[in-house]
Ligand binder design. Sequence first.
Ligand code: G3I
Length: 369
Amino acid sequence: MKIILSKNRTLFTFLSAFVVVTVIMLLSSFGSAGRSAGVIDADTLKGLKDFYKDYFTIGVAVAPNNLIGAQAEMIKKNFGSLTPENVMKPGPIHPSENKYFWDDADKIVAFAQANGMKVRGHTLTWHAQTGAWMFKDSLGNQVTKEVALARLKDHITQVVSRYKGKVYAWDVLNEAIVDDNDTSKVFRQSQWYKICGEEFIGKAFQWAHEADPKAVLFYNDYNTEVPVKRDKIYNMLKKLLKAGIPINAVGLQGHWHTDDPSEKNLRDAIDKFSSLGLKIQITELDVTIYTSRTDTVNIGFTPEREQKQIDFYKMAFKVLREKKNVVTGVTFWNVSDASSWLDRPRKSYPLLFDVNLKPKKAYWEVVKF
Ligand code: G3I
């Protein structure tokens, strides 16, 4: 009898300890700024993508080294789509004329496939991160338009064909419109434009479409809510569509800050582009806590800056939810505040997850609707 009692006591002690430890673990893993301490509810078990399943796909930009350990688990929980942050860009994936480097892009695509996630391809044509060889002949002279276009065709055909059926959407053309309030200045003076004129634009979409007719083809840019630039993009797209160029969607990059864009400019941009029959995605979302490079007062994630960021994220997602008939995806540019391209030269805390991968207060506002 004594032995049985003592066994029961041991079992009871063990079970109590187990329950206490489990509760503590759950609290420390889910408890975060913005949730009252001690609250564990169904929401903490859901990921960001689950809250938005009836609205649009939630994605994230990644490097291969994001896809291991705790970060991989956090990504699987919260995101339904991956965008390679750098490794599918022309420079990294096509470093010289007869050499493609697929390994890093393949890793991201394989991870997405293994975990039932979509992939957005980024980007086929850009003025940056493109090998200088694209525009030079063997003597170092600038190539002709014919050679440049032939190289672009080969690049697009090879890359899109390799990932046909695995990459559902491509940023075919990135940032071709100039930031200039002068309405007579439209196109960025990139090497592509200087050598080929406007012709490379329509051709890029046609070649991407030929390589994968089912892929959703995007024009992608930043400052798309600034009315002057918005209208230049709109005019370009309208002309291309009229000429029968296969463009399906516009990517608003969404490198925003807590004062910009205004709610009105965000709504107007979505309405204007979608009036062309195009779908919309926010393709590179982050909201830095600094309003400019010279915004240097009270550096750091102060309560004031945090509140402004919360308010901005709340506003933006309210608008995006309202526009769910045309908005098909929202992709964050980097996983968490632990590491963002905006951290140079100072940390910018632009995302919904903190440096420990935990949801921030802004996260809980974004999922409260
Ligand atoms: O890969 C090299 C590495 O070998 C080298 O040791 C290291 C030293 O600095 O540089 C590495 O390359 C860096 C690369 O990111 C990968 O980390 C480049 O210097 C750096 O310039 C590059 O920055 C990327 C930037 O595009 C280039 O313009 C950012 O990570 C990336 O987030 C950013 O993404 C762009 C989108 O594609 C288009 N829209 C704007 C957005 C933000 O600029």
